[in-house]
Design a protein around this ligand. Structure first.
Ligand SMILES: NC(=O)c1ccc[n+]([C@@H]2O[C@H](COP(=O)([O-])OP(=O)(O)OC[C@H]3O[C@@H](n4cnc5c(N)ncnc54)[C@H](OP(=O)(O)O)[C@@H]3O)[C@@H](O)[C@H]2O)c1
Length: 317
Protein backbone atom coordinates (compact mmCIF):
# COMPACT_ATOMS: atom_id res chain seq x y z
CA UNK A 1 0.00 0.00 0.00
CA UNK A 2 2.77 2.41 1.03
CA UNK A 3 4.45 2.27 -2.37
CA UNK A 4 1.20 2.75 -4.26
CA UNK A 5 0.02 6.03 -5.77
CA UNK A 6 -3.01 7.19 -3.80
CA UNK A 7 -6.02 8.47 -5.73
CA UNK A 8 -8.32 10.57 -3.54
CA UNK A 9 -11.75 9.88 -4.99
CA UNK A 10 -14.48 12.47 -4.46
CA UNK A 11 -17.94 10.95 -4.87
CA UNK A 12 -16.60 7.51 -3.90
CA UNK A 13 -20.00 6.39 -2.63
CA UNK A 14 -21.70 7.46 -5.86
CA UNK A 15 -21.80 6.39 -9.49
CA UNK A 16 -18.70 7.97 -11.00
CA UNK A 17 -16.38 7.81 -8.00
CA UNK A 18 -17.73 4.38 -7.07
CA UNK A 19 -16.80 3.12 -10.54
CA UNK A 20 -13.29 4.49 -10.13
CA UNK A 21 -12.84 2.99 -6.64
CA UNK A 22 -14.08 -0.34 -7.98
CA UNK A 23 -11.58 -0.21 -10.85
CA UNK A 24 -8.65 0.65 -8.56
CA UNK A 25 -9.56 -2.00 -5.99
CA UNK A 26 -10.08 -4.68 -8.64
CA UNK A 27 -6.55 -4.15 -9.97
CA UNK A 28 -4.41 -5.08 -6.96
CA UNK A 29 -1.17 -5.03 -8.95
CA UNK A 30 -2.03 -1.78 -10.78
CA UNK A 31 0.10 0.42 -8.52
CA UNK A 32 -2.76 2.62 -7.27
CA UNK A 33 -4.56 2.80 -3.92
CA UNK A 34 -8.07 4.16 -3.36
CA UNK A 35 -8.75 6.88 -0.80
CA UNK A 36 -12.52 7.07 -0.72
CA UNK A 37 -13.86 10.51 0.22
CA UNK A 38 -17.31 10.72 1.81
CA UNK A 39 -19.15 12.98 4.24
CA UNK A 40 -20.25 9.88 6.13
CA UNK A 41 -17.80 7.01 6.61
CA UNK A 42 -20.47 5.07 8.51
CA UNK A 43 -22.75 4.69 5.46
CA UNK A 44 -23.07 1.26 3.84
CA UNK A 45 -21.29 2.17 0.58
CA UNK A 46 -18.32 3.56 2.54
CA UNK A 47 -18.11 0.47 4.72
CA UNK A 48 -18.24 -1.74 1.62
CA UNK A 49 -15.34 0.20 0.10
CA UNK A 50 -13.32 -0.16 3.33
CA UNK A 51 -14.01 -3.89 3.34
CA UNK A 52 -12.55 -4.11 -0.18
CA UNK A 53 -9.37 -2.30 0.87
CA UNK A 54 -10.11 1.41 0.40
CA UNK A 55 -8.95 3.99 2.91
CA UNK A 56 -12.14 5.86 3.79
CA UNK A 57 -11.66 9.54 4.66
CA UNK A 58 -14.28 12.05 5.75
CA UNK A 59 -14.46 15.40 3.93
CA UNK A 60 -17.08 17.80 2.64
CA UNK A 61 -17.00 19.75 -0.63
CA UNK A 62 -18.36 22.75 1.28
CA UNK A 63 -15.33 22.71 3.59
CA UNK A 64 -12.06 23.36 1.73
CA UNK A 65 -9.92 22.65 4.83
CA UNK A 66 -11.41 19.16 5.11
CA UNK A 67 -10.51 18.58 1.44
CA UNK A 68 -6.93 19.78 1.95
CA UNK A 69 -6.50 17.21 4.72
CA UNK A 70 -8.18 14.50 2.64
CA UNK A 71 -5.91 15.15 -0.36
CA UNK A 72 -2.63 15.35 1.63
CA UNK A 73 -0.12 12.82 0.35
CA UNK A 74 -2.29 11.81 -2.60
CA UNK A 75 -0.88 11.39 -6.10
CA UNK A 76 -4.19 12.05 -7.81
CA UNK A 77 -7.67 13.45 -7.24
CA UNK A 78 -10.89 12.46 -8.96
CA UNK A 79 -13.05 15.57 -8.89
CA UNK A 80 -16.82 15.37 -9.26
CA UNK A 81 -19.59 17.60 -7.91
CA UNK A 82 -23.21 16.59 -7.46
CA UNK A 83 -25.48 19.22 -9.03
CA UNK A 84 -28.56 17.12 -8.40
CA UNK A 85 -28.21 17.35 -4.63
CA UNK A 86 -28.88 21.12 -4.63
CA UNK A 87 -29.78 22.12 -8.25
CA UNK A 88 -27.56 25.24 -8.02
CA UNK A 89 -24.98 26.18 -10.65
CA UNK A 90 -23.35 28.66 -8.26
CA UNK A 91 -22.98 26.08 -5.49
CA UNK A 92 -21.57 23.57 -7.95
CA UNK A 93 -18.90 26.10 -8.98
CA UNK A 94 -18.00 26.87 -5.37
CA UNK A 95 -17.59 23.17 -4.62
CA UNK A 96 -15.44 22.68 -7.74
CA UNK A 97 -13.27 25.63 -6.69
CA UNK A 98 -12.83 24.07 -3.25
CA UNK A 99 -11.63 20.84 -4.86
CA UNK A 100 -9.21 22.70 -7.16
CA UNK A 101 -7.86 24.89 -4.33
CA UNK A 102 -7.34 21.86 -2.08
CA UNK A 103 -5.65 19.91 -4.89
CA UNK A 104 -3.27 22.85 -5.43
CA UNK A 105 -2.51 23.06 -1.70
CA UNK A 106 -1.82 19.31 -1.57
CA UNK A 107 0.44 19.48 -4.64
CA UNK A 108 -1.15 16.48 -6.33
CA UNK A 109 0.29 15.23 -9.61
CA UNK A 110 -2.88 14.52 -11.56
CA UNK A 111 -6.49 15.70 -11.26
CA UNK A 112 -9.30 14.29 -13.37
CA UNK A 113 -12.18 16.79 -13.36
CA UNK A 114 -15.58 15.44 -14.38
CA UNK A 115 -17.02 18.20 -16.51
CA UNK A 116 -19.47 18.92 -19.34
CA UNK A 117 -19.55 21.37 -22.22
CA UNK A 118 -20.69 25.00 -22.03
CA UNK A 119 -23.99 24.86 -23.91
CA UNK A 120 -24.16 28.68 -24.13
CA UNK A 121 -21.42 28.57 -26.75
CA UNK A 122 -23.76 26.64 -29.05
CA UNK A 123 -26.26 29.48 -29.51
CA UNK A 124 -26.28 33.25 -29.31
CA UNK A 125 -27.32 34.94 -26.05
CA UNK A 126 -30.58 36.19 -27.61
CA UNK A 127 -31.55 32.79 -29.04
CA UNK A 128 -35.14 32.17 -27.90
CA UNK A 129 -35.38 28.42 -28.49
CA UNK A 130 -34.91 27.65 -24.80
CA UNK A 131 -35.10 29.75 -21.61
CA UNK A 132 -32.11 30.92 -19.62
CA UNK A 133 -32.14 29.21 -16.20
CA UNK A 134 -30.79 30.55 -12.90
CA UNK A 135 -30.32 33.88 -14.76
CA UNK A 136 -27.29 32.94 -16.83
CA UNK A 137 -27.24 29.30 -17.80
CA UNK A 138 -28.87 27.32 -20.60
CA UNK A 139 -28.20 23.97 -18.91
CA UNK A 140 -26.94 24.84 -15.42
CA UNK A 141 -25.36 21.46 -14.65
CA UNK A 142 -23.41 21.63 -17.93
CA UNK A 143 -22.54 25.32 -18.00
CA UNK A 144 -21.51 25.59 -14.34
CA UNK A 145 -19.13 22.65 -14.73
CA UNK A 146 -17.68 24.20 -17.89
CA UNK A 147 -17.17 27.52 -16.07
CA UNK A 148 -15.49 25.63 -13.25
CA UNK A 149 -12.90 24.28 -15.71
CA UNK A 150 -11.07 27.58 -15.17
CA UNK A 151 -10.46 26.79 -11.48
CA UNK A 152 -8.39 23.76 -12.48
CA UNK A 153 -6.03 25.71 -14.72
CA UNK A 154 -2.50 25.61 -13.37
CA UNK A 155 -3.05 22.08 -12.09
CA UNK A 156 -1.95 18.90 -13.91
CA UNK A 157 -5.54 18.28 -14.97
CA UNK A 158 -7.48 16.14 -17.44
CA UNK A 159 -10.93 17.48 -18.32
CA UNK A 160 -13.28 14.50 -18.61
CA UNK A 161 -16.42 15.37 -20.59
CA UNK A 162 -19.00 12.74 -19.62
CA UNK A 163 -22.30 11.65 -21.20
CA UNK A 164 -25.92 10.90 -20.28
CA UNK A 165 -26.10 7.88 -17.94
CA UNK A 166 -28.27 5.07 -19.23
CA UNK A 167 -28.78 4.34 -15.50
CA UNK A 168 -31.13 7.38 -15.51
CA UNK A 169 -33.81 5.17 -17.05
CA UNK A 170 -34.38 3.57 -13.66
CA UNK A 171 -32.65 5.92 -11.16
CA UNK A 172 -34.21 9.15 -12.49
CA UNK A 173 -37.43 7.66 -13.91
CA UNK A 174 -36.42 8.67 -17.44
CA UNK A 175 -37.10 5.33 -19.13
CA UNK A 176 -40.21 3.94 -20.87
CA UNK A 177 -43.38 3.58 -18.81
CA UNK A 178 -46.45 1.38 -19.10
CA UNK A 179 -49.62 3.30 -19.91
CA UNK A 180 -53.12 2.49 -18.63
CA UNK A 181 -53.45 0.12 -21.60
CA UNK A 182 -50.35 -1.80 -20.42
CA UNK A 183 -48.36 -0.72 -23.48
CA UNK A 184 -44.91 0.81 -23.16
CA UNK A 185 -44.45 4.45 -24.14
CA UNK A 186 -41.40 6.68 -23.94
CA UNK A 187 -41.85 10.44 -23.77
CA UNK A 188 -38.69 12.41 -24.54
CA UNK A 189 -37.94 15.61 -26.50
CA UNK A 190 -35.10 14.14 -28.57
CA UNK A 191 -36.68 14.02 -32.05
CA UNK A 192 -34.63 11.65 -34.21
CA UNK A 193 -31.27 12.77 -32.84
CA UNK A 194 -28.76 10.37 -31.34
CA UNK A 195 -28.11 10.72 -27.61
CA UNK A 196 -24.55 10.12 -26.37
CA UNK A 197 -25.02 7.69 -23.49
CA UNK A 198 -22.88 5.59 -21.18
CA UNK A 199 -23.15 3.15 -18.29
CA UNK A 200 -22.25 5.35 -15.31
CA UNK A 201 -19.85 2.72 -13.93
CA UNK A 202 -17.79 3.02 -17.13
CA UNK A 203 -17.00 6.67 -16.35
CA UNK A 204 -14.93 5.60 -13.34
CA UNK A 205 -13.23 2.92 -15.41
CA UNK A 206 -12.27 5.51 -18.02
CA UNK A 207 -10.94 7.75 -15.24
CA UNK A 208 -8.80 4.86 -14.02
CA UNK A 209 -7.44 4.47 -17.56
CA UNK A 210 -6.53 8.17 -17.54
CA UNK A 211 -4.71 7.95 -14.20
CA UNK A 212 -2.82 4.88 -15.44
CA UNK A 213 -1.81 6.63 -18.67
CA UNK A 214 -0.69 9.63 -16.58
CA UNK A 215 1.26 12.45 -18.24
CA UNK A 216 -0.07 11.63 -21.70
CA UNK A 217 -3.47 12.96 -20.59
CA UNK A 218 -2.41 15.98 -18.53
CA UNK A 219 -3.76 19.18 -20.09
CA UNK A 220 -6.12 17.24 -22.34
CA UNK A 221 -9.90 17.24 -22.71
CA UNK A 222 -11.35 13.77 -23.18
CA UNK A 223 -14.99 13.37 -24.23
CA UNK A 224 -16.49 9.94 -23.63
CA UNK A 225 -19.57 7.85 -24.48
CA UNK A 226 -20.63 4.22 -24.56
CA UNK A 227 -22.83 4.48 -27.65
CA UNK A 228 -24.89 7.13 -29.44
CA UNK A 229 -28.45 6.00 -30.22
CA UNK A 230 -31.81 7.55 -31.07
CA UNK A 231 -34.70 7.03 -28.65
CA UNK A 232 -36.33 4.78 -31.25
CA UNK A 233 -33.15 2.66 -31.48
CA UNK A 234 -32.91 2.42 -27.68
CA UNK A 235 -36.60 1.52 -27.43
CA UNK A 236 -36.19 -1.28 -30.00
CA UNK A 237 -33.16 -2.61 -28.18
CA UNK A 238 -34.90 -2.46 -24.79
CA UNK A 239 -37.82 -4.37 -26.19
CA UNK A 240 -35.56 -7.04 -27.70
CA UNK A 241 -33.09 -7.49 -24.82
CA UNK A 242 -35.73 -7.33 -22.07
CA UNK A 243 -38.26 -9.41 -23.99
CA UNK A 244 -40.99 -6.81 -23.41
CA UNK A 245 -43.54 -5.44 -25.86
CA UNK A 246 -42.71 -2.71 -28.36
CA UNK A 247 -41.81 0.71 -26.97
CA UNK A 248 -43.79 3.52 -28.62
CA UNK A 249 -41.74 6.73 -28.81
CA UNK A 250 -43.70 9.86 -27.99
CA UNK A 251 -41.39 12.59 -29.30
CA UNK A 252 -42.64 15.74 -27.58
CA UNK A 253 -41.29 19.24 -28.12
CA UNK A 254 -38.81 20.50 -25.48
CA UNK A 255 -41.25 23.25 -24.45
CA UNK A 256 -43.88 20.64 -23.58
CA UNK A 257 -41.28 18.61 -21.66
CA UNK A 258 -40.13 21.68 -19.68
CA UNK A 259 -43.78 22.19 -18.72
CA UNK A 260 -44.16 18.73 -17.14
CA UNK A 261 -43.37 20.34 -13.80
CA UNK A 262 -41.32 17.65 -12.05
CA UNK A 263 -38.18 18.94 -10.26
CA UNK A 264 -35.56 19.61 -12.92
CA UNK A 265 -38.01 19.38 -15.88
CA UNK A 266 -36.84 22.74 -17.28
CA UNK A 267 -33.18 21.78 -16.84
CA UNK A 268 -33.66 18.37 -18.50
CA UNK A 269 -35.83 19.90 -21.24
CA UNK A 270 -32.99 22.27 -22.10
CA UNK A 271 -30.43 19.47 -21.89
CA UNK A 272 -32.32 17.16 -24.24
CA UNK A 273 -32.90 20.06 -26.61
CA UNK A 274 -29.16 20.72 -26.70
CA UNK A 275 -28.54 17.03 -27.49
CA UNK A 276 -31.27 17.23 -30.18
CA UNK A 277 -30.58 20.61 -31.81
CA UNK A 278 -26.79 20.36 -31.55
CA UNK A 279 -26.48 16.63 -32.15
CA UNK A 280 -23.43 16.99 -34.38
CA UNK A 281 -21.47 19.13 -31.92
CA UNK A 282 -22.36 16.94 -28.91
CA UNK A 283 -21.28 13.81 -30.75
CA UNK A 284 -18.11 15.50 -32.05
CA UNK A 285 -17.14 16.32 -28.44
CA UNK A 286 -17.04 12.61 -27.56
CA UNK A 287 -14.93 9.81 -29.03
CA UNK A 288 -15.87 6.14 -28.89
CA UNK A 289 -12.38 5.05 -29.96
CA UNK A 290 -10.72 7.05 -27.17
CA UNK A 291 -13.29 5.81 -24.61
CA UNK A 292 -12.64 2.18 -25.61
CA UNK A 293 -8.89 2.72 -25.48
CA UNK A 294 -9.19 3.95 -21.87
CA UNK A 295 -11.81 1.37 -20.85
CA UNK A 296 -11.41 -1.77 -22.96
CA UNK A 297 -14.42 -3.41 -21.24
CA UNK A 298 -16.68 -0.45 -22.16
CA UNK A 299 -20.32 -1.58 -22.17
CA UNK A 300 -22.55 -1.27 -25.20
CA UNK A 301 -26.19 -0.30 -24.68
CA UNK A 302 -27.27 -3.95 -25.09
CA UNK A 303 -24.74 -5.12 -22.53
CA UNK A 304 -25.82 -2.43 -20.06
CA UNK A 305 -29.50 -3.34 -20.47
CA UNK A 306 -28.75 -7.05 -20.06
CA UNK A 307 -26.85 -6.30 -16.82
CA UNK A 308 -29.66 -4.11 -15.42
CA UNK A 309 -32.68 -6.05 -16.63
CA UNK A 310 -34.49 -6.22 -13.31
CA UNK A 311 -34.00 -2.55 -12.40
CA UNK A 312 -35.17 -1.37 -15.83
CA UNK A 313 -38.21 -3.65 -15.95
CA UNK A 314 -39.02 -2.68 -12.34
CA UNK A 315 -39.01 1.01 -13.29
CA UNK A 316 -41.48 0.58 -16.16
CA UNK A 317 -44.52 0.47 -13.86
N1 LIG B 1 -27.04 11.53 -14.45
C1 LIG B 1 -26.40 11.74 -15.59
O1 LIG B 1 -26.83 11.34 -16.68
C2 LIG B 1 -25.12 12.50 -15.59
C3 LIG B 1 -24.37 12.55 -16.77
C4 LIG B 1 -23.17 13.28 -16.78
C5 LIG B 1 -22.77 13.93 -15.62
N2 LIG B 1 -23.53 13.84 -14.48
C6 LIG B 1 -23.09 14.57 -13.30
O2 LIG B 1 -22.69 13.66 -12.31
C7 LIG B 1 -22.66 14.35 -11.06
C8 LIG B 1 -23.01 13.40 -9.96
O3 LIG B 1 -22.11 12.33 -9.95
P1 LIG B 1 -22.61 10.86 -9.57
O4 LIG B 1 -23.75 10.51 -10.46
O5 LIG B 1 -21.43 9.99 -9.52
O6 LIG B 1 -23.19 11.13 -8.11
P2 LIG B 1 -24.15 10.23 -7.20
O7 LIG B 1 -24.11 8.80 -7.60
O8 LIG B 1 -25.47 10.91 -7.09
O9 LIG B 1 -23.44 10.38 -5.78
C9 LIG B 1 -23.09 11.64 -5.28
C10 LIG B 1 -21.70 11.56 -4.70
O10 LIG B 1 -21.24 12.89 -4.41
C11 LIG B 1 -20.81 12.94 -3.08
N3 LIG B 1 -21.08 14.27 -2.55
C12 LIG B 1 -22.16 15.04 -2.81
N4 LIG B 1 -22.08 16.19 -2.12
C13 LIG B 1 -20.92 16.14 -1.42
C14 LIG B 1 -20.30 17.02 -0.52
N5 LIG B 1 -20.85 18.21 -0.17
N6 LIG B 1 -19.11 16.67 0.03
C15 LIG B 1 -18.55 15.47 -0.30
N7 LIG B 1 -19.10 14.58 -1.16
C16 LIG B 1 -20.27 14.92 -1.69
C17 LIG B 1 -21.58 11.88 -2.34
O11 LIG B 1 -20.82 11.46 -1.22
P3 LIG B 1 -21.42 11.24 0.27
O12 LIG B 1 -22.92 11.39 0.18
O13 LIG B 1 -20.99 9.85 0.63
O14 LIG B 1 -20.78 12.28 1.09
C18 LIG B 1 -21.69 10.78 -3.40
O15 LIG B 1 -20.55 9.96 -3.37
C19 LIG B 1 -23.66 15.50 -11.21
O16 LIG B 1 -23.02 16.75 -11.04
C20 LIG B 1 -24.20 15.35 -12.63
O17 LIG B 1 -24.42 16.59 -13.28
C21 LIG B 1 -24.67 13.12 -14.44
Amino acid sequence: MADKKIIAVVGSTGSQGGGLCGAILADASGGFACRAITRDPSKDQAKALAAKGAEVVKADLDDVESLKKAFAGAYGVYAVTNFWEHFSGEKEKTQAKNIADAAKAAGVKHVVWSTLEDTRKLMSADDKRMPMLQDKYRVPHFDAKAEADAYFQGLPVTYLVTSFYWDNFYTFGLGPKKGDDGKLGWTLPMGDAKLAGIASSDIGKVAYGIFKAGQEYVGKTVGILGEALTVKEMGDKLSKVLGVGPVAYNAVEPDAYRGFGFPGADELGNMFQVYRDFEKQCLANRSLAETRKLDPALQSFDKFVEAHKDQIIGSMG
